[in-house]
Structures are given as C-alpha cells and as structure tokens.
Design a protein around this ligand. Structure first.
Ligand code: GDP
Length: 435
C-alpha cells in the first residue's frame, strides 16, 4: 500500500522523523511540492541530517528518492545537499530521480524574492528568500525553465535571455548578464543528467511491480497555496491534491494518508495563529521544543494545540490517522489547553474560516487538561505514558476527529510509540489502515 505523509498544521511538525521511521516499509519516497525552503531534521545514531530537497528516505540504502514535477529545484542547493550526504557516507547516485518537468530556481529568482519581500513592508509574508515563490510564479506565468529544458541549449538561451531582460527592467539599476546564467545552467545540466527521469512513468512502473511508495509532503496544510491562510502561505500545494499534480499519479494510487501534527502548534513567519502564546508561556514551548527554523534559524511562534485547524486538515486531506509529535515538550506543564473552537464576535466557529481577516479576529475557545510531571521523553509504549498524557491524547483524538496511530516522544528514530491497535508495522509493511 502506498502512503502519503504530510503536515496537518503550519509545517515543521516533525514530518522528517515520521517519514524516516516509516521508510523501511517502502521502496520509493517521493517529494511532490516545495523547494529547499523545507528542512527536515533527522537524527540517526546521534548524527544530525538536515534534508531540504532530497527526501529523507535517502538515509535508508534500499530506497530510491524521487523529486517530482511539483517541486522547484535550485541545482546549487541540490548539489550542496548531495555533497554533504556524501561527506557523511550516504551515496545518492543511482538512488535519486528528478522529474524532467520540475521547474528550476535561478539566480534571478533569489534576487526577486528578496526585493519583493522588502517592498511589501508591513505586509511581508515571511518568505525564506530562496527564490521559491518567484520560481513558482514563472511556472504559472508559463515562462519557467524546467529540468528537461537543460537538454536544449538553444531554447534555454532564448528563455533565459527574455527572463533576465524582463528582470533587469523590473529591478532599478540592475544589469544582470544572461550569458553566465546560461553557462551555469548548462554545467548544472551535465551533473543533473543521470538523475533526470519521467517520474510519472517511473512511479507507475514501480506500482505495477508492487513496490510501495511513500509520498512525502513539505510544509503543512495551513501553508497550502489554496487551502492555507492565504496570502501567508507557501507557493505550492502542500495538501493531498499536490501528490497527484506534483508526481503524475492518480488519487487511487494513494492508499492512506498520515497527518503529522505536534502536540501543540507552531508557525514560522507572518499570518494569524489563533492559539499563539506570548511572553513566558510561548518562550517555554519554544525553548523546550527547540522551535527555531532548521534552515533559517528563525524563532517559531508557539501556541496550544488547535483542534479546529487539525480538523480542517482531516477534512481537506482525508487523514486516516495522525502521527502526534513532540509530546515530551509538554512534560512538566501543570495545565495544558486544547483549542476546540473559535469565538468570532458573537459567533462560535467550529470550522476553520476561509478568510484570513476573520481568522485573525478569532479568539480560541479552550478546554483545560491537567498536565503531567513524570517525563514522557523516550517512552516507547503507550501504556508507559503518564495517565494524564494518555488522557490528553485521547481528548485530542476526540476533538480532532482522528486517531493518533503514532506518538513521538523524542527526536531519535526509536523514541516513538506505534499503537498496534490502530496501525501495525509488521513484516515490512503497514497494516490496519485501509488494507
Ligand atoms: P519537519 O520539517 O516537519 O520535518 O520538522 P522539522 O525537522 O523542522 O522539526 C522537527 C524537529 O523536531 C526536528 O528537530 C526533530 O528532530 C524534532 N522532533 C521530531 N519529533 C520530536 C519529538 O517527538 N520530540 C522532540 N523533542 N523533538 C522531536
């Protein structure tokens, strides 16, 4: 059975660890959207790996990793990642495939990202300034350059020349020369060539051979370009639909969907966050959860678990189960709040509002739960959790409308509870969800 694993909140939910944990059951791990703004952190035997573009499945030698057409690729960032992996003894050659339809991030996209964000002033989005938004803009405007275009130097030259000329007009005093850009691309193309594939064909072939695929999402549901808190979103489809458009597979190919959610909430960048905690309480979560961006180092905004947001994620993505992460971060809190609804003026909302202005005006409706003093960190059996922690999880499940099949209690691969009664990992496969 193929499985999609995606973020059920505002990203940074710990998808990297969950994907890494489930990967032994799969032959292929496929990324379907985003760029190197994503940053999955995985610890294996004490070594820290930060993976931005290459699926974290690369840490398992039997796995082939796929970068789909829905991803935007910065060749320099990709090569840097490949080299870093090689330095740590992980060889990618023969184990990586990049869609010929994936769009490229070029040097002028990075410049534009910085410029446009600076011009937004108070209305900035909080982008990571890596050129990802402008690369997706070019894709939609039908002037983008795709990985497959690197095989056609004449066409490539014409498109780059047009794009650089347009950019020079847009940025005052800019005199970027298109020639070095083309030269660099042609060099990059040489290195990329052995990895370039028709990913849709490759995935269908794998499915015919009965080789299971894990579809790996980046960012999270509430950062999705359509279903997120627009305009404070990423430029791609982080929700389940992105699997189909970003890889060229049918919805029927997706066997089950795992949503990764923290036992609380975080968000990076701008935009409303109804359960945000300020002052000491927010700082407490930030410090004990080490809530600083793995790519940018930016402090994340922290708040209580928002069941309205997760319910929305359940609806949009058809989540079968949750993987609940970072339970241990709540250790030692006397009282924990769960947001079950929003109060918006005189109305109580139980559905996540479409309008970001309305969301910003919402106050969370909280339900208090007692905390626990005994540490949950590193606990690997559900029964070994303090009773208050088990109650907290049970209540989260009730108000979120989905069971938590996996509970993560630390950053190491093995600091994890897999609840056999909900989902079984056995004989190299996953059972209990839909098969
Ligand atoms: P991702 O982009 O969704 O993979 O999330 P990040 O990698 O940005 O953030 C997750 C961070 O939390 C990483 O540093 C993980 O090692 C860490 N992490 C994941 N699960 C747990 C957990 O259960 N407890 C703790 N304390 N840390 C965790």
């Amino acid at each position: 059975m193929n499985l999609a694993v995606l973020g059920a909140q505002w990203g940074d939910e710990g998808k990297g660890k969950i994907v890494d944990l489930l990967t032994p059951r799969f032959s292929i791990v496929a990324r379907y959207q985003g760029g190197h703004n994503a940053g999955h952190t995985v610890y294996v035997n004490g070594t820290k790996f930060i993976l931005r573009l290459i699926p974290s499945g690369i840490l398992h030698p039997h796995v082939t990793c796929v970068i789909g057409n829905g991803v935007v690729v910065d060749p320099q960032a990709l090569f840097a990642e490949v080299d870093e992996l090689a330095r740590n003894g992980v060889e990618v050659d023969g184990r990586i495939a990049i869609s010929d339809k994936a769009h490229l991030i070029l040097p002028y996209h990075r410049d534009l990202d910085l410029l446009l964000e600076a011009r937004r002033g108070d209305r900035k989005i909080g982008t990571t300034s890596r050129g990802i938004g402008p690369a997706y803009e070019d894709k939609i405007a039908r002037r983008g350059i795709r990985v497959g275009d690197l095989a056609d130097p004449v066409g490539l030259e014409a498109t780059v020349r047009d794009n650089v000329t347009a950019r020079n007009r847009l940025i005052q005093d800019s005199t970027m020369d298109w020639r070095p850009v083309v030269e660099q691309l042609l060099t990059d193309g040489e290195r990329l060539r052995p990895w370039i594939r028709d990913v849709s064909v490759m995935l269908h072939q794998a499915m015919r051979e009965g080789r299971p695929i894990l579809f790996e999402g980046a960012q999270g549901t509430l950062l999705d370009i359509d279903h997120g808190t627009y305009p404070y979103v990423t430029s791609s489809s982080a929700t389940i639909g992105g699997v189909c458009t970003g890889l060229g597979v049918s919805p029927r190919a997706i066997g089950a969907v795992v949503g990764v959610a923290k036992a609380y909430t975080t968000r990076v960048g701008e935009g409303p966050l109804p359960t945000e905690l300020f002052g000491e309480q927010g700082q407490r979560l930030r410090e004990s959860g080490q809530e600083y961006g793995s790519v940018t180092g930016r402090p994340r905004r922290c708040g209580w678990y928002d069941a309205v947001a997760v319910r929305y994620g359940v609806r949009i993505n058809g989540l079968d189960v949750l993987a609940l992460t970072k339970l241990d971060v709540l250790d030692g809190l006397e009282q924990i709040e769960i947001c079950t609804a929003y109060r918006c003026g005189s109305r109580t909302l139980t559905d996540f509002p479409s309008d970001v202005g309305q969301l910003a005006a919402c106050e969370p409706v909280y339900e208090s739960m007692p905390g626990w003093s005994a540490p949950t960190r590193g606990i690997r059996r559900f029964e070994a959790l303090p009773e208050a922690a088990r109650r907290y999880i049970a209540r989260l499940e009730e108000v979120s409308g989905v069971r938590a099949a996996i509970v993560s209690t630390g950053s190491e691969r093995d600091d994890t509870i897999i609840r056999d009664d909900i989902m079984k990992l056995q004989d190299g496969r996953i059972a209990g969800l839909q098969d």
